[in-house]
Write a protein that binds this ligand. Structure first.
Ligand code: UN1
Length: 481
């Protein structure tokens, strides 16, 4: 088998022998996980932030030490090429070292008071028990970029990883355990279907939910959290585009398009799924793109020369196939790919040929809906203004890119593209962990992950007034003549 996937049931019976972590699988287990996190919170929140950060620093060192072993794990379970699997772990390592630094930077503000002999300041406080619901496409990086800042800020966490990558999550939790984290600070619940996740989100003792995944599930999570007054951070779909202007360095734009559209087999929320091409370069660029795409090597992620690995599972493969039917029915033209790859031993896995769709118009479903596979839609424009209008003609707003040598256009694009992330002369994928990550419109709900934004997500502000006058000073009494 090229696509190996470990059975969830084998993890159900496998306790992480000797470690304090447990895998929970039913509603009763969710209750137990929340109770454990709630209890640990009372002690963890009082440990000084720089000391909490030291645990996370150690997790970074351990991830570095176990990088190769973990990369093999990711490649075998999730399927991505080894170089990308290492990148997934590196993102977790970067996040560990960055978050550890934040332990000494949980700054508040000091300000004068309206009153004499009175002092005012703000301090950050943790939120409590945080439920982290993570997808399968970055099985190490995404749990890290949620858990690490959450823990440094003094919260305790319950991770509910995607049902497709239980083994990666379990491995990651073992590594957190090796850092010596106290019991109950980090808990893991596995679940197939919605039962476990829903029980977690609804649980009255969970204070915050951080979710990355599909828009459908994200909306449900948001609704429950709205009803139960929980802080919720949602990262959902994208329909990211790269603009290539007539003055762009076409080789550079080509490298960006190939990597952005087909890296991780298009299974990134930041993947380039639309290419907006200026009329003057469209024919030439399309030919370059098709030539390069036809040479991409498909294969198992753990084979070193693989460029495009398998799709995660049968269901996702069928979804991509369904979009091909939709594309044909809508009148798009499939220039290359458009079908399952079944040559040789590729037939044993969920391989789909990298696909380029042409003649795509903004109203088509393939231009509007997230496909999450190795498919990119070409759209032609005659002006820069049209390019900006089309890139914004989507309900989503995560990542975006423009290739141009015109500095003025680059700055206008930076200002006018409606997205959380804009790259100038770079692909739509590859966000770095020390900068805010997230999107506008239906991609998210206003929160950001990573960077200092994560500290805002995982803390509450407390305002503190210190009156050292020794007498009652009454505010909102106007004694001025
Ligand atoms: C995702 O696909 O959900 O910016 C995250 C990137 C990566 C993260 C992707 N750093 O492409």
């Amino acid at each position: 088998m090229i696509c190996e996937n470990l059975s969830i049931l084998s993890w159900r019976s496998q306790r992480l022998g000797g470690l304090f972590f447990q895998s929970f699988f039913t509603n009763a287990d969710v209750n137990q996980a929340v109770e454990s996190a709630r209890k640990a919170y009372q002690t963890w929140r009082k440990i000084p932030a720089p000391t909490r950060a030291e645990y996370i620093f150690r997790v970074g060192e351990l991830l570095l030490q176990h990088k190769e072993e973990l990369a093999q794990f990711i490649s075998r379970e999730m399927g991505k090429p080894l170089t990308e699997a290492r990148g997934d772990i590196q993102e977790g390592i970067d996040c560990a070292f960055y978050s550890a630094g934040e332990g000494r930077r949980l700054f508040g503000q000091t300000t004068p008071s309206e009153m004499p002999n009175k002092f005012a300041m703000t301090v950050r406080t943790p939120i409590g028990v945080c439920a982290l619901i993570t997808p399968w496409n970055f099985p190490i990086a995404i749990p890290c970029w949620k858990a690490m800042p959450a823990l440094v800020c003094g919260n305790t966490v319950i991770l509910k990883p995607a049902e497709e990558t239980p083994a990666c999550a379990t491995k990651l939790v073992e590594i957190f355990a090796l850092s010596g984290l106290p019991d109950g600070v980090f808990n893991l619940v596995h679940g197939v279907g919605e039962e476990v996740g829903k029980a977690l989100v609804e649980h009255p003792d969970v204070n915050l939910v951080s979710f990355t995944g599909s828009s459908e599930t994200g909306s449900q999570v948001g609704e429950i959290c709205g009803r139960t007054h929980k802080r919720v951070c949602l990262e959902m779909g994208g329909k990211n585009a790269q603009i290539v202007m007539e003055d762009a360095d076409l080789e550079l734009a080509l490298d960006g398009a190939i990597w952005g559209a087909f890296g991780t087999t298009g299974q990134r929320c930041t993947a380039t799924s639309r290419l907006i091409l200026h009329h003057d370069i469209k024919a030439k660029f399309t030919k370059m793109l098709c030539d390069r795409t036809s040479k991409l090597r498909l294969g198992a992620g753990y084979n070193v020369d693989t460029e495009i690995a398998a799709i995660i599972n049968q269901r996702q493969l069928e979804r991509v196939c369904k979009y091909m039917d939709i594309a044909r029915a809508e009148g798009a033209n499939i220039l290359i790919g458009g079908e399952i790859a079944a040559e040789g031993n590729l037939k044993d896995g969920y391989f789909f040929k990298p696909t380029i769709l042409d003649n795509v118009t903004p109203q088509m479903r393939v231009a509007r809906e997230e496909i999450f596979g190795p498919v990119v839609a070409l759209m032609e424009v005659k002006s820069f203004e049209d390019a900006i209008a089309i890139i914004n003609d989507t309900n989503y707003g995560l990542s975006s890119s423009i290739y141009t040598r015109d500095i003025n256009k680059a700055f206008v694009a930076m200002r006018d593209i409606e997205a959380g992330i804009t790259y100038i002369n770079g692909p739509t994928i590859g966000a770095e962990v020390h900068l805010p990550f997230g999107g506008v419109k239906q991609t998210g709900n206003g929160h950001r992950e990573a960077g200092s934004a994560a500290i805002d997500t995982f803390t509450e502000w407390k305002t503190v007034y210190v009156d050292f006058s020794g007498s009652l000073q009454r505010a909102q009494i106007d004694n001025r003549e």
